[in-house]
Ligand binder design. Structure first.
Ligand SMILES: Cc1cc2nc3c(=O)[nH]c(=O)nc-3n(C[C@H](O)[C@H](O)[C@H](O)COP(=O)(O)O)c2cc1C
Length: 191
């Protein structure tokens, strides 16, 4: 096979950046458009083909219900009030969120960490697929993504599962600003 460049994809990867979730509005991708984005995200390296992740598509009334649960459960857990207000706001106003659930399988050969890393890779793939399809997107977590009792009560997750990312997807209202990127020399050793 000859070496074939795909400059469009390379340019995309060299300029990709997230949007701030609070700047995203409706419309959000729906139906076929979202299915295509999720299909691209599910095309992610997965050692042993275990598919150790799954998606929860959250929209409309469900987001408002989750925001109420964040408020109630967060208060009971004495989460910092300012942090809680931000969490509630962001869920109440989100056009669409896809929760990427890390859902590891019991397997003798594939370590848990590799299955969890694959879930993280799905989050980036989902972010990039959303951007490639013209949407704004942002990967967020917060205390809700790891809190076992919150996850069981609100999403019915099992003991081994957690949310690797709440991926906010919607229409951009602003151009996101670039942030400093790592100095390659500092993070790379050429051995
Ligand atoms: C696992 C993970 C969790 C994150 N959680 C949050 C969060 O809860 N709140 C936040 O403000 N940013 C969070 N971020 C950072 C945002 O996604 C931020 O927009 C991103 O680092 C911007 O990078 P980019 O422009 O290269 O896409 C998280 C990032 C990762 C990888």
């Amino acid at each position: 096979m000859s070496h074939q460049k795909n400059m469009q994809v390379m340019d995309f990867l060299l300029s990709r950046r997230s949007d701030s979730a609070r700047t995203l509005v409706k419309p959000a991708p729906d139906g076929k458009s979202l299915e295509k984005i999720l299909t691209a995200a599910a095309r992610t390296p997965d050692h042993g083909k275990l598919i150790p992740w799954r998606f929860l598509v959250l929209k409309n009334q469900v987001l408002l219900k989750i925001a109420t649960s964040i408020h109630e459960i967060g208060r009971a857990k004495q989460i910092d009030q300012e942090k809680l207000r931000k969490n509630v706001d962001i869920f109440s106003n989100a056009p669409l969120i896809v929760a990427v659930v890390s859902s590891p399988r019991s397997n003798e050969k594939i370590p848990l960490i590799e299955q969890q890393l694959s879930a993280g890779a799905v989050c980036l793939a989902l972010l990039n697929a959303s951007h490639a399809d013209g949407w704004g997107a942002n990967w967020l977590t917060g205390w809700m993504s790891h809190d076992k009792s919150f996850l069981e009560t609100v999403f019915d997750l099992s003991e081994q599962e957690f949310v690797a990312g709440f991926i906010h997807i919607g229409t951009r209202t602003t151009q996101s600003v670039e942030r400093p990127r790592p100095d390659l020399k500092k993070i790379t050793s050429w051995l």
